[in-house]
Write a protein that binds this ligand. Structure first.
Ligand code: FPP
Length: 236
């Protein structure tokens, strides 16, 4: 069973355009899909779910769409926090807080505070997140510590470099899901997905259901993860 699933919630815009609706209606429908996937993860005993909700590149979209996505985040926590608490979900946000409005920052901090003690599922929302920026930020921290003599550069290795990333303490994703027919990482968890299994579907995110989640997990369980080695001997 995957312990950590990461999802690029893609295809909201196309889902909406196909129905003659504004793109923001697709994002709103995407929230419904997220709700059922959170439930599905709990049912499968998945411990961590990371979703890509807003990338550092999404600022390039029209202001109206950016504003709508910011508003949806605030609304999502407003509406869902009681349910999330009841379900034992801990909310964590990864990404750059700088540049977000006060209202968005407050919504994020309140959701994190109110769910801090929950232990069933960690819902990690990547918001204003870009993986290369995350890695650069970690490198700057390491360089600053080294220049102050607080860190020996020789001691930096693959295990402890992760502790400077937003995802410090969170195990790497076992399974990465991308709907909507696109097959790329789009600057999402580049370091963390080094050995993740990928699963793609042409379904747009608002149409993604628990059944798709179950299908992805079933496929994951059929995969042999070898981490560069030869894996277990047949029957072993
Ligand atoms: C990608 O689809 C999706 C996004 C940029 C936003 C995802 C956001 C949500 C599902 C709702 C907000 C989530 C939370 C947790 C509040 P796209 O717009 O790039 O779709 P397209 O490729 O069809 O244009």
């Amino acid at each position: 069973m995957p312990q950590h699933i990461a999802i690029i919630m893609d295809g909201n815009g196309r889902w909406a355009v196909r129905r003659g609706l504004p793109r923001t209606a697709g994002h709103r429908a995407g929230i419904e899909a997220l709700r059922s996937v959170v439930e599905g993860c709990i049912e499968h005993g998945v411990r961590y779910l990371t979703v890509f909700a807003f990338s550092t590149e999404n600022w390039r979209r029209p202001k109206s769409e950016v504003d709508a996505l910011m508003g949806l985040l605030v609304e999502y926590f407003d509406r869902e926090i009681v349910r999330l608490c009841r379900e034992g979900v801990r909310v964590r946000i990864i990404g750059e807080r700088e540049g977000l409005t006060e209202a968005v920052r407050e919504a994020i901090e309140s959701a994190e505070d109110r769910t801090r003690c929950n232990e069933r599922l960690d819902l990690i929302v990547a918001f204003n997140y870009g993986s290369r920026a995350e890695i650069c930020r970690a490198a700057r921290t390491v360089a600053a510590l080294a220049s102050k003599g607080e860190l020996d550069p020789e001691t930096v290795d693959e295990a402890n470099f992760g502790s400077y990333l937003y995802t410090a303490g969170i195990p790497d994703p076992d399974l990465l899901i991308r709907p909507s027919g696109e097959m790329r990482l789009s600057n999402f968890l580049l370091w963390q997905c080094a050995y993740s299994e990928f699963w793609f579907t042409s379904v747009y995110w608002p149409d993604f259901t628990k059944a798709h989640l179950a299908e992805a997990i079933a496929e994951y369980r059929r995969r042999a993860r070898r981490y560069g080695g030869l894996g277990a001997a047949p029957g072993g």
